[in-house]
Design a protein around this ligand. Sequence first.
Ligand SMILES: [Fe+2]
Length: 145
Amino acid sequence: MRAHYLDDDTAIGPDALTREGVHYERLPTAAAQYQGGLDALRARGGYVHQDEVALSPETPGLDAICAKFVDEHLHTEDEVRFVLEGEGVFDIRATDERWMRVLVEAGDLIVVPRDRYHRFFLTDAKRIRCVRLFQDPSGWTPVYR
Ligand SMILES: [Fe+2]
């Protein structure tokens, strides 16, 4: 994970992310090892549904899929992503509305809290695979700003 404020490039560490209400932790990426950590988070956060999503240049309709994430939006539940492979970028509004740019890579688990505006895009490699946790089993619904 690497993070900074977009307006002045100030670095943001894990503790600062926590103060902004964005939970972050590292987990091992081997399936036999990360599920225990995810289960603990699921119990704490009431995340009743788990799935896995992969995006790559071979994904049909990749550009259309990415277009749904790239505009500023929020959800009425937490957005939980644990990155297994690849990387992606979350821009998340700080509590003072500044953008925090957060690059997530394999082993990074991030929780964008409910009702927090954010946007997401892939890096030039256009490749990510991650586990998603949901509180609402009907899944991902964006509310655009
Ligand atoms: Fe989102």
